[in-house]
Design a protein around this ligand. Structure first.
Ligand SMILES: Cc1cc2nc3c(=O)[nH]c(=O)nc-3n(C[C@H](O)[C@H](O)[C@H](O)COP(=O)(O)OP(=O)(O)OC[C@H]3O[C@@H](n4cnc5c(N)ncnc54)[C@H](O)[C@@H]3O)c2cc1C
Length: 201
């Protein structure tokens, strides 16, 4: 029941995980941020929603009334999750990553992500999660993650193309456009993460 606005303005998050606080700060408008919740957003798993990228991009754990579900197993497809009909999300646990950032290319009318990319580095664990583009919802870009293991920098993913196969095409953007945007937003997120994270992991 934690509202987007509460997460965006959490002093604890602003100090320890500002990349996560920045995600709900970019959701919709003030009315939406005062009504929508992190649990509702994650359970809904809209393919253009922002929180799924943060959960997958940080390796969060979704805690429910029955069990703990790693984000890698939670988001199972468009508007679909591992939740059972009688299962309620009670908590979401996020590990702290010093190097992390989210960059979103907003649809100018709705504010939803045409493409949003969350990147993080926590020790050897490197994650690049994309929302807004996949026809099965949020997904990780393993080609970027492998390249970033050598050096966590925007330069490391230069020249690596994301295939347009399996990406959404609609009146707002075709699959090729979204594929290109993934690279652009990933580089912006990496630049923000490395500027924010300094030399620490
Ligand atoms: C105008 C507008 C603009 C928006 N822009 C954005 C945007 O830019 N980015 C973005 O990410 N989202 C955006 N949203 C979505 C919004 O942020 C909400 O998260 C979303 O509408 C779901 O609403 P809710 O959180 O109140 O959940 P609800 O509507 O209450 O619930 C959604 C679903 O999840 C289930 N559910 C709710 N809570 C739980 C729980 N704790 N455990 C298990 N199941 C649960 C409900 O039963 C329901 O099936 C926008 C919405 C609107 C209306």
């Amino acid at each position: 029941m934690t509202k987007h606005d509460d997460v965006a303005n959490s002093p604890v998050l602003k100090e320890h995980l500002p990349a996560l606080a920045s995600v709900p700060a970019q959701i919709g408008d003030p009315h939406v941020r005062q009504a929508g919740t992190i649990g509702g957003s994650i359970a809904n798993n809209d393919p253009n929603a922002d929180y799924p990228a943060a959960c997958l991009g940080l390796g969060a754990t979704i805690v429910t009334s029955k069990r703990k579900i790693p984000a890698d197993e939670f988001f199972t497809g468009m508007f679909s999750t591992a939740l059972e009909p009688d299962e309620i999300i009670t908590r979401v646990s996020f590990p702290i990553a010093k190097k992390a950032a989210y960059q979103k290319f907003r649809h100018p009318a709705s504010g939803f992500a045409l493409v949003g990319v969350f990147v993080s580095k926590r020790g050897p664990d490197i994650r690049v999660a994309v929302t807004g583009a996949g026809s099965n919802g949020v997904f990780r870009v393993t080609a970027f993650e492998e390249a970033l293991k050598k050096r966590f920098s925007p330069k490391s993913i230069e020249g690596i193309a994301v295939p347009a196969d399996g990406l959404n095409s609609d009146i707002h953007a075709n699959a090729e456009y979204r594929a290109h945007l993934i690279g652009v937003m990933a580089k912006r997120a990496l630049a923000a993460a490395t500027a924010r994270g300094g030399g620490e992991d």
